[in-house]
Design a protein around this ligand. Structure first.
Ligand code: ACO
Length: 333
C-alpha cells in the first residue's frame, strides 16, 4: 500500500471585490451586522462569464507548477463543486482539457461545502491502491451565480474562488494519515437548492429571483450553525484518534470558512489556540468547496507549514455532509 502526499497547492481569486458596504445597497443589512455575526468583510465575485472550470484550471496550474508535476502525468482529476459550468459533461472534464491533462480520468464530486475533502478522499484512495500516481484535487465555485440576492440571510455569506492540490504517490510514511467522511440526509432541509424542477412542480419561487437561474440556495442558518459545530468537533476528534495524533500536536487547522463564530467555537471545544487556526473568511466569505484549498494554498505560501507539520482540514456542508483529514506535511510550497 502506498501513501498520498501533498506535492503542491494553488489558488485563484477573481479580481472583483464585493464589500459589506456594497451589500448595504443591495439588501437591508450593515457592515457591522455582517462582521459581528460572520467575520466576513468582503468576498470575490467572478465577472465577465468566468466559469468554475476556468477558475479551477488557474488554481490547478499553480499547484502543478509548485509540485513540479507535468499535467500530462496526471492520472486523475477530481473536482469538488456545487456550481459546475453545466450539468454535463463534468466540470472536471472541462478543466482537464484546459490544463492538458491528456491521460487523466476526470470526475466531479458533489458534497456541498464538503466537496474538496470528499474529492481528496477519492484521490487518496486511488493513489493508495496503486491506481494513480499523480492526482489533481480541485475545489472551485461560482456561488454568486446561484445566490438569491434578495435574501440577506444568505447573500452576505457567499463568494467565488478556487483552490487546488496535487497529490502524489510515496512509499514514505507521510502525507494523508487519516481521512474520514460522513453524511446524514435527514438534515438535507437545512441547506438545499431550489431549482427548475421545483418550479416546474409548483413550489413557490421567492420574489425577485430570476427563474432563469439553474437554482438558488435556501438555508436555515441557526439550525445549521448548531449542527455544524457538533459535526466538526465529532469528525475532528475521530480523525485525530484514528491517526493517533493529539490536538496539542497540530501545527495548523484549516477549517471550512463558513462563519468565524463556527470556527472559533470549534477551536474552543478542541482547546486549540487561535494562532493555529488559519482563516480567510474576512477576505473571501464562504466559497464552499473552494474554501479549504484556497486557505491551504495561502497558508503554504505564507510559510505557515513546514515539513513534518501535522495539518488538520475539516469541513461540513449541504447534505448534510462532513469530513476531515489529518495530513503530515511534506512539501515546500
Ligand atoms: N443583515 C442584518 N440582519 C440580518 C441579516 C443580515 N444579513 N441576516 C439575518 N438578519 C436578521 C434576521 O432577520 C434576524 O432578525 P429578527 O431577530 O428580527 O428575526 C436576526 O438577524 C438574527 O438572525 P439569525 O438567523 O438568528 O442570525 P444568526 O446569528 O444565526 O446568524 C447566520 C445568521 C450568519 C446565517 C448564521 O446562522 C450562520 O452562519 N449559520 C451557518 C451558515 C453556514 O455555515 N452555512 C454553510 C453552508 S453555506 C453553503 O453551503 C454554500
Amino acid at each position: 500500500m502506498y501513501n498520498a502526499e501533498v506535492k503542491g497547492t494553488g489558488s485563484f481569486t477573481p479580481e472583483a471585490i464585493l464589500t459589506n458596504q456594497d451589500l448595504e445597497k443591495v439588501v437591508d443589512t450593515s457592515d457591522d451586522w455582517i462582521t459581528r455575526r460572520t467575520g466576513i468583510k468582503e468576498r470575490r465575485i467572478a465577472t465577465n462569464g468566468l466559469k468554475t472550470s476556468e477558475m479551477g484550471a488557474r488554481a490547478a496550474r499553480q499547484a502543478l507548477e509548485a509540485a513540479g508535476v507535468d499535467p500530462g502525468d496526471l492520472d486523475l482529476v477530481v473536482v469538488g463543486t456545487v456550481t459546475p459550468d453545466r450539468q454535463f459533461p463534468s466540470c472536471a472534464c472541462a478543466l482537464q482539457e484546459k490544463i492538458g491533462a491528456k491521460r487523466a480520468a476526470s470526475m466531479d464530486v458533489s458534497a456541498g461545502c464538503s466537496g474538496f475533502i470528499y474529492a481528496l478522499s477519492v484521490a487518496n484512495n486511488a493513489i493508495r491502491c496503486g491506481e494513480a500516481e499523480h492526482a489533481l484535487v480541485v475545489g472551485s465555485e461560482v456561488l454568486s451565480s446561484v445566490t438569491n440576492w434578495d435574501d440577506r440571510g444568505t447573500c452576505v455569506l457567499l463568494g467565488d474562488g478556487a483552490g487546488a492540490v496535487v497529490l502524489s504517490r510515496t512509499d514514505k510514511d507521510t502525507g494523508i494519515r487519516s481521512i474520514h467522511l460522513r453524511s446524514d440526509g435527514s438534515f438535507g432541509n437545512l441547506l438545499y437548492s431550489v431549482d427548475q424542477s421545483d418550479v416546474r412542480s409548483g413550489l413557490e419561487i421567492l420574489p425577485g429571483v430570476s427563474d432563469l437561474k439553474p437554482y438558488y440556495l435556501v438555508m436555515d442558518g441557526q439550525k445549521l450553525f448548531k449542527k455544524a459545530v457538533e459535526c466538526l468537533e465529532e469528525i475532528t476528534r475521530w480523525t485525530l484518534d484514528k491517526a493517533g495524533v493529539e490536538v496539542s500536536e497540530l501545527a495548523l487547522m484549516v477549517p471550512h470558512q463558513a462563519n468565524i463564530r463556527i470556527i472559533n467555537a470549534l477551536a474552543q471545544r478542541l482547546g486549540l489556540a487561535q494562532d493555529k487556526v488559519y482563516t480567510t473568511i474576512e477576505k473571501y466569505g464562504n466559497t464552499s468547496s473552494a474554501s479549504i484549498p484556497m486557505a491551504l494554498a495561502e497558508a503554504a505560501r505564507q510559510g505557515c507549514l513546514a515539513p513534518c507539520d501535522k495539518l488538520l482540514m475539516v469541513t461540513f456542508g449541504a447534505g448534510l455532509t462532513w469530513g476531515a483529514s489529518l495530513v503530515e506535511w511534506s512539501c515546500q510550497l
